[in-house]
Design a protein around this ligand. Structure first.
Ligand code: HEC
Ligand code: HEC
Length: 180
């Protein structure tokens, strides 16, 4: 079968997009400094082809984690699928360790916050800031209706939806736990 020039063109464009994504995301880790989020690395390397680098799935039937799909399930339910696979989802047992599977799942749970941080915070915060102690804990945030003051020095909260505020806080706290 010979390829028409249109098909070649489409192939090139897809390829360039893919490489651009890889390079872009390798650079992104800089903001996390030397505490590279292992789960993020694994996600980009092994999962993003189907689940999307930003968590919006590319493969039909694969859940979009950025939309919270399947995130109502418990860690142990999700880890079971990660380990043993399901339908089009390949099994990861023996490919990555149990700890890496958990790291990746933890990253998936904060993928929206990672995006918010990239879009809104990283231009001023190269290093991840510490969330002030008066911000309610993650569980309480869900039902909290008061104002959430995140940034000491700017009014960036006003540019974010309530969900985005919560997701960026969860992301920053998650990175905090990684450093220990
Ligand atoms: C070849 C495509 C593909 C790759 C690569 C892939 N997945 Fe999936 N994944 C899927 C599909 C399709 C589903 C939906 C399976 C179903 O429920 O039928 C899925 C489902 C999931 C679910 C939801 C499981 C559940 O119980 O509802 C999680 C979590 C998940 N994948 C994580 C990952 C992680 C982490 C990686 C990388 C280590 C990964 N996936 C790599 C295709 C993929
Ligand atoms: C226009 C620049 C700017 C933007 C945009 C910005 N910040 Fe800040 N932020 C600062 C400065 C300056 C400080 C005070 C110095 C410091 O603590 O780093 C600060 C402080 C903070 C602190 C307190 C840090 C501490 O240890 O007390 C948090 C938390 C924070 N910012 C979160 C965020 C988040 C989350 C975003 C994005 C949603 C964001 N900031 C966007 C400039 C900015």
């Amino acid at each position: 079968m010979t390829l028409t020039w249109q098909k070649r063109l489409i192939f090139c464009v897809v390829f360039i997009f893919f490489m651009g994504g890889l390079i872009g995301h390798a650079g992104e880790n800089k903001k996390i400094g030397m505490d590279v989020a292992k789960g993020k690395e694994i996600f980009h390397e092994r999962c993003a082809a189907c689940h999307g680098a930003d968590g919006n799935a590319l493969l039909p039937n694969a859940p979009s984690f950025a939309k919270g799909e399947r995130m109502e399930k418990t860690d142990s339910e999700l880890l079971k699928t990660i380990k043993h696979g399901k339908e089009m989802m390949p099994p990861w047992e023996g490919v990555i360790s149990d700890e890496e599977q958990l790291n990746t799942l933890n990253y998936v749970r904060v993928i929206v916050g990672d995006k918010v941080f990239d879009d809104k915070c990283v231009k001023c915060h190269e290093k991840i800031p510490g969330i002030p102690p008066d911000v309610p804990d993650n569980k309480a945030l869900k039902d909290y209706s008061g104002t959430i003051k995140i940034c000491k020095a700017c009014e960036i909260e006003k540019e974010l939806s309530r969900d985005e505020q919560i997701e960026v806080i969860k992301f920053i706290r998650y990175l905090g736990t990684l450093k220990k």
